[in-house]
Write a protein that binds this ligand. Sequence first.
Ligand SMILES: Cc1cc2nc3c(=O)[nH]c(=O)nc-3n(C[C@H](O)[C@H](O)[C@H](O)COP(=O)(O)OP(=O)(O)OC[C@H]3O[C@@H](n4cnc5c(N)ncnc54)[C@H](O)[C@@H]3O)c2cc1C
Length: 415
Amino acid sequence: MAATTDSPNATTPFSLDLSEDQRDIRSWVHGFAESVVRPAAAEWDEREETPWDIIREAAKIGLYSFEALAQFHADETGLTMPIANEELFWGDAGIGLAIMGTSLPVAAIFGQGTGEQIGEWIPRCFGTPDDPKVGSFCASEPDAGSDVSAIRTTARFDEAANEWVLNGQKAWATNGGIADVHVVVASVDRELGARGHAAFVISKEETKGIEQGAKVRKHGLRASHTADVHLDDCRIPAENVLGGKERLDERLARVREGGRAKSQAAMATFEATRPMVGAQALGIARAAYEYALEYAGERVQFGRPIVDNQAIAFTLADMKLELDAARLLVWRASWMARSGKTFENAEGSMSKLKAGEVAVWATERAIQILGGNGYTREFPVERWHRDAKIYTIFEGTSEIQRLVIARAISGRQIR
Ligand SMILES: Cc1cc2nc3c(=O)[nH]c(=O)nc-3n(C[C@H](O)[C@H](O)[C@H](O)COP(=O)(O)OP(=O)(O)OC[C@H]3O[C@@H](n4cnc5c(N)ncnc54)[C@H](O)[C@@H]3O)c2cc1C
């Protein structure tokens, strides 16, 4: 069994002692979440629209920018990214995802793109502070959810025109259709299954044949836009395949000869971002815990604050315990990902699975602690519960994460 936290090739030691920079970033993001995001949360949830005003404010202070993401990523301990996500999503997860949704296509471009592609496309995902844009990562399809290998969208290379031609339907795309930059995962060779996939970058403004389909009406994260995306003879330049056509051709040739493909386009992006998604769920869980703790100290029944009852106090104790346990898993996975370690025991999946389930459980407990108020729209905990549930679904459902962990620990192809 592989060692994880004490691996001898660790470059940056794991430490829970936060640096001054990490603490500064935490209070900077928290300040924005508290003063701008949380007061606007209920309104945007009801409107079910992308909160462009808030994105603009985040862009003006530099929080919505590649520079901020790069600064969070630059921290070699890997902890700044989850810390920033937890604070923002503590403010509100719907608005949080409207701001952070762009980081998914950015992760794909950054992880798989050439230097030139990174320089050209990442700034376009953000636009400018006065005219911000968003990006979208489109992997899922109506018949390809957990089973990414079932992707049917095709990318055919038209030699004569030196262009790729994409056809298919994407589903569940965060920012789908409203983004300027869409990163689309498509099959270049159906016979190779997931190993024949590649990721393509498409400018919505400059390209014909890419259109938004139906917008999804969700129970939670309603300030974050989710929609189908249709690709209908969508033609893009040869150089828009992430990593470049030459590298793709080499990879496909290797796979056809029976060799291994180093990474599959969609899975590589999901794996790298899983601890960050876990941190977002943690933000919701912590919001619910803090809210319930305060409420329990103020609400008087039977002549005393309800927190003085052991049942309530123990529930709050368990909430704190689960929250801290989940955070430790998220931080470990983030540190490992940043140090370039392989998740031999599926630590990335473990972190997201635990944080997602803690968020659902903690928000449900918070509703209970608030009693009737917990069920009303005047109080945010029911909204947080709706938001939390998505964290057991997207970027891999809890079942799929358990499957990944079970395979890793047993070394068997469990189905
Ligand atoms: C709000 C939101 C935003 C999203 N954003 C994006 C995005 O930006 N880009 C993108 O590409 N996708 C996005 N998705 C899609 C998301 O990644 C998929 O919903 C997810 O992969 C699950 O797929 P599915 O919904 O088709 O469920 P299915 O795959 O149909 O699964 C249905 C159920 O069966 C279970 N199941 C499936 N296979 C197994 C198995 N082998 N063993 C045990 N149980 C199994 C699942 O766990 C689940 O409970 C988003 C989804 C949501 C809800």
